[in-house]
Design a protein around this ligand. Structure first.
Ligand code: NAD
Length: 496
């Protein structure tokens, strides 16, 4: 594993981007970035704090009027050129993502790098769509609305798909005429810094500024900065709640993409291979289930409970776990030691619970190549309760809980008995039944008979404690990154 890791050409971009320049932190302090696959330190990045946040926000504030007044299509063309730059080096970007996140190159990181280029292309093409409306108030009144840029957007992203999630804030915010200060996640900043370099080749200085730092000092300072006009946050519900409180003090608009504990409801007619494969995708096992969308509560009808699990175990146990950079690897490593220990804690709890049956997996190996990194096994517990900790809390690791159901009303009630409401999955060949169920499930996004990732153009976001606001789409850009102004003109004033 060591050898393959060392062959990787890591990005040499380990400095922040402030006002078009690569910068260290004002204090000179750094953060070590560790490879989850073998615990090696692979880079150091600046540890930004309040002073750096201030420099970044000031640069973005200076750049704002010029960027806002750049004709939208011209802004769009710059974003399209960024997409081309990304495409020229997707493999390098993908390898950087795999090295720092532990996500497998073949199954995850390459897709993330390719989608990042698509995000810039998609939003670059939307620059002509920042349209307002006219209102038919009367023949003597012209009333119209404008979609205006908000100012400096403060964006904060997590580590699980760091570059794609950063792009999903940067591209729509810039397209709409805002300037951006984005804080990368401390565990996975390298791909985002590489993206910053590519953007910087095409964008005016100060338009996009990237900070690396911890949440409690850099992130908190960004959220509290008086010149931030909008906060866009993706991360945990706990941190999101605090950010919303902070934003409330200044009445600053905020979009929150938070956690989930998404249900997958399987009807008896879906006891077939396509559905089992779909569940593996929905659970995001090949991203170690470090996905907000992961379908981590599996509601299986009693008639197919055992047979479905048998097929599922056959598939999950065939997943090859190991070096994220190895082409043969399906599933890589958990991001860091803290998260790894947390996941193991949940597994220990499942193993110790008398009512829970361990269907597959368990604690990670203590010796051998997998013990060099933070590798967890796909683990499935069967338990008829929707009320225990493993069925209620977001684990953010490859631990699936299978729950038996017999009555549709009951399963919908259990699926909705969660403070989360991000995603859901329904599996049945009876489309009427599937759609009726989909409509009853409380979630921002329900997929029927598939468990794929988010699609550009389709608004994405949660309800309940999974978040507020939508991103990923034209409507998401308009709602999240513009403010609407109405202008009413009296057309009946006397002629002079
Ligand atoms: P996290 O909330 O701990 O951290 C996310 C980001 O917030 C990081 O950059 C971190 O440095 C920063 N941060 C932490 N404390 C902060 C503070 N006080 N002020 C400002 N910023 C702060 O989450 P994580 O562990 O990095 O990521 C996993 C979580 O993200 C999961 O809950 C997952 O469901 C969620 N997530 C949601 C989506 C979505 O689209 N809904 C997508 C991906 C991940």
């Amino acid at each position: 594993m060591q050898e393959t890791m060392q062959q990787t050409q890591l990005s040499d971009h380990t400095k922040m981007l402030l006002d078009g320049q690569r910068r260290e932190s004002a204090s000179g302090q750094t953060i070590a970035v560790q490879s989850p696959a073998d615990r090696r330190v692979i880079a150091h990045v600046p540890r930004a704090q309040a002073e750096d946040v201030d420099r970044a926000v000031e640069a973005a504030t200076r750049a704002f009027p010029g960027w806002r007044d750049t004709p939208p299509r011209q802004r769009g063309r710059m974003l399209l050129r960024v997409a081309e730059r990304i495409e020229e080096c997707t493999e390098r970007l993908a390898r950087t993502i795999a090295s720092e996140t532990g996500n497998a190159l073949r199954t995850q990181a390459r897709g993330e790098a390719a989608l990042t280029a698509d995000v810039f292309r998609y939003f670059g093409g939307l620059a002509g769509e920042l349209k307002g409306e006219t209102l038919p108030l009367s023949e003597d009144l012209l009333s119209y609305s404008r979609r205006e840029a908000m100012g400096v957007v403060g964006a904060i992203v997590p580590w699980n798909a760091p570059v794609m999630l950063a792009a999903l804030k940067i591209a729509p915010a810039l397209c709409a005429g805002n300037t951006v200060v984005l804080k990368a996640a401390e565990d996975a900043p390298l791909g985002v810094l590489m993206l910053a370099g590519l953007c910087n080749e095409e964008l005016p200085p100060g338009t996009l500024n990237i900070l690396t730092g911890y949440g409690h000092d850099c992130g908190a300072a960004l959220v509290a900065h008086p010149k931030i006009a909008k906060i866009s946050f993706t991360g945990s519900t706990e941190v999101g709640r605090g950010i919303m409180q902070q934003a409330g003090r200044r009445i600053v608009p905020v979009s929150l993409e938070l956690g989930g504990k998404s249900p997958s409801i399987v009807f008896p007619d879906a006891d077939e291979d396509w559905a089992v494969e779909g569940i593996v995708h929905a659970m995001r096992f090949t991203r170690q289930s470090q996905s907000c969308t992961a379908g981590s509560r599996l509601f299986l009808h009693a008639d197919i409970f055992d047979s479905f699990l048998e097929r599922l175990v056959a598939l999950t146990s065939a997943l090859k776990i190991g070096d994220p950079l190895d082409e043969a690897t399906d599933m890589g490593a958990i991001i860091n030691e803290k998260q790894f220990n947390r996941v193991c804690g949940y597994i220990e709890e499942g193993l110790a619970r008398p009512q829970a049956r361990t269907i597959t997996g368990g604690l990670p190996p203590q010796s051998g190549p997998l013990s060099e990194g933070f590798f967890a096994l796909p683990t499935i517990f069967a338990d008829d309760s929707n009320d225990w900790r493993l069925a209620r809390e977001e684990i953010f690791g490859p631990v699936l809980v299978a729950i038996r159901w017999e009555d549709v009303d009951d399963v919908v009630r259990m699926a909705n008995d969660s403070h989360y409401g991000l995603a859901a999955f329904v599996w049945s060949k009876d489309i009427g039944q599937a759609l009726r169920t989909a409509h009853r499930v409380e979630a921002g996004w329900v997929q029927v008979n598939q468990g794929t990732g988010q699609v550009l153009g389709q608004s994405y976001g949660g309800i309940k404690q999974s978040g507020i606001g939508r991103e990923f789409s034209l409507e998401g850009m308009l709602d999240s990154f513009t403010r609407k102004k109405s202008v009413t003109v009296n057309l009946s004033i006397p002629a002079t």
